[in-house]
Design a protein around this ligand. Sequence first.
Ligand SMILES: [Zn+2]
Length: 343
Amino acid sequence: MSQSDLLELVRFIFDNTYFTYQGRYYRQTLGAPMGEGSLATVLEHFNSYNTHLQFTAEEEVDNSIPFLDIRVIRMGEVLRTDWYNKPSSSGRYLHYRSCHPQNMKLNLVTQMKTRVLRLTHPTFHSQCIFKLKKLFVMNGYPIKLLNKLLCNTSSSPPVEVTMSLNTDAMIDRADIVYATIPYIPVLSNKISLIFKDYKHIKIVKTMKHPLFKLVFSRLKDKEKEEYESGVVYSIPCGSCERTYIGQTSRWIKERITSHKSDARRNLRTCALAIHANNNDHVIDYSNTKILFKEPHYHKRLFLEMLSIAVTDNTMNTKQDTNNLNNIYSYLIELSKNFASTNS
Ligand SMILES: [Zn+2]
């Protein structure tokens, strides 16, 4: 079967799925065909293509099925939702002793509560609150505080996101200036207290300040330059003003090694080797620079030619830029003339 035939078949199935409900026929407008029995076959088929690309399917167990972080429970004719955590969930949240602003921690508790209560059916609310309390105790939150935040108001009032008509609202929002400062316990609070009376200045305490980047290391090392690949590079001569410009798909480190070997063997196909041998010059490999990073071969060739064309005093031969379209050569000449007449 050809690919287009298969696609047409799939499209046909998705466009022509019908089901009956209370004696009436309906055409399904969204999703895959429903029904029992076919799931296992479909799954087996999908997973037969590649051992590294495996799908799983969640099936209803005891009249319930988890979906994201809720569990949908079928109770006769109605569906009810309960809060659900994956078995792999670590239960780790912002720890109470973590160096974060206090209001951030309080907000976390109240927001979790609002979220959980909104998502779940009232019959599950008391056990959800119990679960939340247990979770935050595990994360170091004092029980007294949790009782106050979680248990005080029995039904959670929905948080209305509307502008209240207080003095803050009288100030045009466009006039408000936000200033970000790194969160430092005690100090940041004192600073924001100073600005409390200035309604048009808002101090935002952040954990994402550039300062923190200095303190916390990146998880992944930056690639060492000599192990860069797919680059346009320049190598200067140590004895005169000329530079060699080249490109490679290999590690820059490897390319330098082969340049050294070419120069030693006096290879006549390498412009760098020719320059070093004809003039008895010493190449300054330690000052190799990466001009462009470009994984695409043809784009890289173009950038190499362009670099040769715009650089004065290269070791490269004239034919290295032969493939550069005349229009580019013309534009480069024009810009060089323009620069020299304006300096
Ligand atoms: Zn030289």
